[in-house]
Design a protein around this ligand. Structure first.
Ligand code: CUA
Length: 316
């Protein structure tokens, strides 16, 4: 009966889908069989005991065994279905501990996703195939509902509270997620594309950190990084002294530095020096400062480094 399932239900995108569809189809078939049986019996009795002139219809008010059977059997059936559904629900409710965690924020009218490394994306989500993903979700304004039909998951998103869902994607390619709780005039536009990538595609996407950077100039993107990556803690942008050299007016100027092997040099602050100072801060420490900066190797993407350099250049 695969044809009926695929005609009625969206493609199966997660490990949940098979199980949920099986319960769905079992209940559907049970309903079809019971419907035909009940309507068939009604039709038969209506015909069998139809009015025939002169025939005496037997008068019957009770049949205790029959009444017990048609009360107890459906009761057992319903209780059975309840526990079958409960079993699936319990599995669905608790995410495995080793799942990759993604934060979901719903707001009028967009979806924001945040990855374990701080990468953010809007209305676009990439996850690797066959990896269990756990979504921790909240709303910044009103009720929303995160619904991914292909994955057979759906749960309300509530302000000031966290709700969760999880699944293991099995089908590569693009899937749709949408808001399933009426949330205002933009409700029907509140959609996100969910891409299930191969491991290589996923890593490639993560390396650029999504598309957020494309909506900023390099300088503006650099300023965001200055704040987000913690540069602001030690580097001022207004010339004031802090734990590290101020960024104001630094670019293009000569500075005296101490190299990691103890030499004293004069270098010009250019792109190469800035890049080296982010990735190997200890290599050349500006005279008068301590060697306290942690390395940002692996913590900054190319577009973030470019942004920071552009931002420092702009601070003249
Ligand atoms: Cu958000 Cu409907």
């Amino acid at each position: 009966m695969e044809w009926l399932r695929s005609a009625l239900l969206p493609p199966q995108g997660s490990a949940f889908a098979k199980e949920i569809d099986f319960v769905y189809m079992a209940i559907l078939w049970l309903s079809i069989v019971l419907f035909l049986g009940i309507v068939g019996a009604e039709c038969y009795f209506a015909w069998r005991y139809r009015y025939v002139p002169g025939r005496k219809t037997p008068h019957q008010t009770h049949n205790t065994p029959l009444e017990i059977v048609w009360s107890v059997l459906p009761l057992l059936l319903c209780v059975g279905l309840f526990f079958w559904g409960l079993d699936g629900y319990m599995k669905f409710a608790v995410a495995p501990g080793d799942a990759m965690e993604i934060q979901v924020v719903g707001k009028q009218w967009l979806w924001q996703f945040e990855y374990p490394d701080g990468t953010r994306s809007v209305n676009e989500l990439h996850i690797p195939v066959n990896k269990t993903v756990h979504f921790v979700m909240t709303s910044e304004d009103v009720l929303h509902d995160f619904y991914v039909p292909d994955m057979r998951v759906k749960r309300d998103i509530i302000p000031n509270r966290y709700t969760e869902i999880w699944f293991t994607p099995t089908a590569l390619g693009e899937h749709v997620s949408t808001c399933a709780e009426y949330c205002g005039k933009g409700h029907s536009d509140m959609r996100a594309k969910l891409f299930v990538d191969t491991q290589e595609e996923y890593e490639k996407w993560m390396a650029t950190g999504g598309t957020e950077y494309q909506s900023f100039t390099p300088e503006a993107w650099g300023k965001i990084q200055w704040d987000r990556k913690g540069c602001a803690t030690c580097h001022s942008i207004d010339g004031s002294k802090s734990k590290g050299p101020t960024w104001k007016g630094m670019f293009g100027k000569p500075v005296t530095v101490k190299t990691s092997d103890g030499k004293t040099l004069t270098v010009t602050v250019d792109e190469a020096y800035l890049r080296e100072s982010m990735l190997q801060p200890a290599a050349k420490i500006v005279d008068g400062f301590e060697n306290i900066m942690p390395t940002f190797q692996g913590l900054l993407r190319e577009n973030e480094i470019r942004g920071l350099v552009a931002y420092i250049k702009s601070l003249q």
